[in-house]
Each structure stands twice: as structure tokens, then as C-alpha cells.
Design a protein around this ligand. Structure first.
Ligand code: HEC
Length: 409
């Protein structure tokens, strides 16, 4: 009232907040947008000081004054999109998103907003700085590359903010603000709060709807082991079904494989034929390694369509080679048939022996394409394997894997 005038007609300090001019300004925009503006920007001297319910009442008055017909129901303030479980996993709680909204309004709203965006995804990609961080903001790309693939990547950008002093907020507050931005991009809220833990945030995928974790980052739920290649697993055979210290879960959600024998592990939740699997794979540099890294051989590979886990060896499956020197080569194990093509020139350029390699395997309609660090390295053009388990070889060379996720189709 102090600013907008006793009868909402506006004055020297601020525009009209009711009446014809006000209606002209807002009539083509959704009420939620106006509500978002009021909630996050007003009152001017202490934005966000009113509760959503109080703002809803204030708005009802503004609308009534402007002769917008009243309805039977109270107007209920709801800024949040409905969390869509298909959009991604739940990385934050509702209470945290609310804290984040308040922290955003205090520290960021001077220059940014999280009110509903009027931009199309393409406009968001092209904008030097999109005016809102609400959907479709998180899908933002730069020359075709996703800018915020994980929560971690968003976090690193927030570490350069707020512009008037990076140290004016803590990393816990950044996590809260991320919760708010996720909420405004349609991510569902869950039971666990987001923590500013760099390794954990690096596993929280923001632009991969439909993917599920093969490895949950904490324990070996849904993972089975067949360690030893001379016979099938215990009790019928002699292969170990417990990881013991051959495979361990490391802080930050990496699997470390001492890989002190040959065998494999597999994702036992479902048999799959059409799917996309993504993960990162890295060999551990042997102590005192001298010279060219490319000649390190390494051992290991990725197993597709594992048919029978009671068989000796790696069972009937297609192996996509994981060794450094022939990464992505194809082996039809156990008597299946198929055809393939390689791009050796491309892949030898991109394999990183002792660093994380991004692997993507796409199995669709009888074809399997394997990408190493984004480069198509081999293609199975036909094969006769039915649906089976996805797994990884344990083959003598110490290895690490992380971010293993799969999207069944
Ligand atoms: C005083 C103005 C100001 C404040 C306050 C401010 N920012 Fe920024 N922000 C900017 C400017 C300018 C840019 C563009 C330059 C850049 O990317 O650093 C930017 C860019 C960003 C981006 C990158 C968006 C993209 O994808 O292009 C994010 C995310 C962001 N800010 C988040 C925040 C958050 C969260 C806060 C509050 C903690 C905040 N900012 C506070 C001015 C500000």
C-alpha cells in the first residue's frame, strides 16, 4: 500500500497494482506468473516476507479490485510445478526446496528469477543469460552439449555466484538453492536432502529421463557376482558369488575392482534386449608405469545379453571389449552369431588409459552401437542373441567404474 497507493492505482514510487492499467499489463499472462512475481519480488523492502497464503489473499484483493470475477474456490498459491518422477530422480526434499526459494530470493533475485519461463528450449540455448531458471532452463545446451549434465555442474556455476560476493553464501545454501531450481524444473522431491558433496552430486544426472542406476553408489543391491571362470557359481559350481574384497564400494559411489581373478558381475534386476547403458570406466595405473600409456593393455569388458549365469566362463553373451588397445571390439561368446564394423582410427584417438572414459552402449532393433568418449567406435549390425543380463568382466586388471545407469526401452 505504501508504494502502490491506497487504492492500488499507483503513484510516484510504483506502478498500479490494480485497475485497468494493471489488467492491461497482466491479462494475457497466467495468474501463477503474477503470483510468482509478487511472492518472490514483493514487498520491495523485504521480498518474500509474506507466506504464500498471505500473498494469495493479497492477490485475491488485487484481482477483486480489478473486477476479475471471483470463483467458488479460494485462490491457493502454488508456485511449484508438479514433480515429475520421469523427469529424473528425487535429489532433495520439499522443505529444502522451500528454504532454497527463500535463499534465492534473498541472494539472487536482484538479477535472476525462477518465475515461469517464457522462453522456448531453443531460446534458452541461445540466450547469453536466460532470464529465468525455471523449466526449460536445466536442459540448456551450448553448441549441442548439455551444460548441466549433473547437479555437480550446476553447483560449480553457483560457486561463481552471487555476483556481489561468492563468499556471501555457504555451500549448504547453494545446495538449497539447487533444490529450488530442480523443483522449478519439474524434478520430484523425495526423502533425502541434497548435500554439497561433490562426488555424490556428480552422479546425479539432470538430463537423462528414464535412466535407472545399475549401481546405487552405496551397496551391491541388484548386482550378482560370478567370480572364477572354471565353473559356474556356487553352490553347483566353484565360482564365488560374494565380492569379498575383489570389488568394493568406495566413498563417492565408485566401484573399485581389485580384479584379482577372472569372472564377472551383472545387473540382476531385469533381462534386457533394447536399452542404452552409460557409465565411466578407468584402469588404475600400475605402480611405476614408465613410458607410453597407450601400450598398457588392461583387462576387462562389458557383457551384453548374458543368457545363462550357471555356465563356465563368461557364459553365452556378447562381449564389448574394455581393454585399452582394442576397446569396443566385439566378441560373440558361447556360440552366438553376428556381424560388426569398427572405427579403429577414431577410437585409438579417444581412449584414455588411466583416466575416466565415458562409455555409451545403445542396443536397439538388433544393432548395438558403442561410443567411447562420445565417438562411435564399433557397431554390431546384426546378432542372434535374445534378451539377457548386462554385466561387466572382472579380468585381472584393477579397474574403477562409476555412474553406471541404464535406460530400458
Ligand atoms: C548482481 C547480479 C547477480 C546476482 C546477485 C547473482 N547473479 Fe547469477 N549471474 C549474473 C550474471 C551477470 C551472470 C552471467 C555471467 C556469468 O555467467 O557469470 C550470471 C549467471 C548465472 C548462472 C548461469 C546461467 C546460465 O546457464 O547461463 C547461474 C546458474 C547463476 N547466475 C546463478 C545465480 C545464483 C544461484 C545466485 C544467487 C546465489 C546468483 N546467480 C546471483 C549476475 C548475478
Amino acid at each position: 500500500m505504501f508504494c502502490h497507493g491506497k487504492d492500488l492505482a499507483g503513484g510516484n514510487l510504483a506502478p498500479a497494482a490494480g485497475g485497468a492499467a494493471f489488467v492491461a499489463k497482466w491479462q494475457s499472462r497466467p495468474v501463477r506468473e503474477l503470483f510468482g512475481y509478487v511472492q518472490t519480488r514483493m514487498p520491495y523492502h523485504s521480498p518474500n516476507n509474506l507466506t504464500p497464503a498471505q500473498n494469495a489473499d493479497v492477490m485475491a484483493y488485487m484481482l477483486q479490485y480489478s473486477k476479475v470475477p471471483a470463483g467458488a474456490k479460494d485462490f491457493v498459491g502454488d508456485l511449484s510445478l508438479k514433480g515429475d518422477p520421469k523427469r529424473g530422480e528425487a535429489f532433495f526434499t520439499e522443505a529444502q526446496a522451500e528454504r532454497g526459494r527463500q535463499a534465492f530470493n534473498r541472494n539472487c533475485a536482484l538479477c535472476h528469477t525462477t518465475a515461469d519461463s517464457k522462453l522456448t528450449p531453443q531460446q534458452v540455448n541461445e540466450a547469453p543469460l536466460p532470464n529465468s531458471f525455471a523449466a526449460p532452463f536445466l536442459g540448456r545446451t551450448y553448441y549441442g552439449k548439455v551444460l548441466y549434465p549433473t547437479v555437480y555442474h550446476l553447483f560449480t556455476k553457483l560457486q561463481s555466484m552471487p555476483a556481489f560476493g561468492n563468499e556471501s553464501i555457504t555451500n549448504n545454501t547453494r545446495a538449497d538453492i539447487i533444490a529450488h531450481i530442480l523443483d522449478r524444473n519439474g524434478f520430484p522431491a523425495g526423502k533425502t536432502e541434497l548435500k554439497p558433496d561433490v562426488a555424490a552430486m556428480g552422479q546425479m544426472m539432470l538430463n537423462e529421463p528414464g535412466f535407472e542406476h545399475v549401481f546405487n553408489g552405496k551397496d551391491f543391491t541388484n548386482i550378482k557376482f560370478v567370480l572364477g571362470t572354471r565353473c559356474g557359481p556356487e553352490p553347483g559350481g566353484c565360482a564365488r558369488t560374494e565380492p569379498q574384497d575383489t570389488l568394493q564400494v568406495m566413498p563417492g559411489g565408485t566401484i573399485y575392482c581389485k580384479c584379482d581373478l577372472h569372472g564377472y558381475w551383472y545387473y540382476s534386476a531385469k533381462k534386457l534386449l533394447n536399452f542404452t547403458v552409460r557409465f565411466q570406466h578407468k584402469f588404475i595405473k600400475p605402480e611405476g608405469w614408465v613410458g607410453d600409456e597407450d601400450i598398457y593393455m588392461g583387462g576387462g569388458g562389458w557383457l551384453m545379453f548374458i543368457q545363462d549365469t550357471n555356465m563356465q566362463g563368461f557364459g553365452k553373451s556378447i562381449e564389448i571389449e574394455g581393454r585399452v588397445r582394442d576397446m569396443a571390439d566385439i566378441f560373440f561368446l558361447g556360440g552366438g552369431k553376428g556381424k560388426f564394423t569398427y572405427d579403429n582410427a577414431a577410437k585409438t584417438r579417444v581412449v584414455k588409459p588411466f583416466d575416466w572414459n565415458d562409455i555409451e552402449i545403445v542396443s536397439k532393433d538388433g544393432q548395438v552401437k558403442t561410443y567411447v568418449n562420445g565417438v562411435l567406435s564399433s557397431t554390431i549390425t546384426e546378432h542372434d542373441y535374445p534378451a539377457g543380463f548386462f554385466g561387466m568382466q572382472v579380468e585381472g586388471s584393477p579397474t574403477e567404474w562409476r555412474n553406471i545407469r541404464i535406460r530400458p526401452e
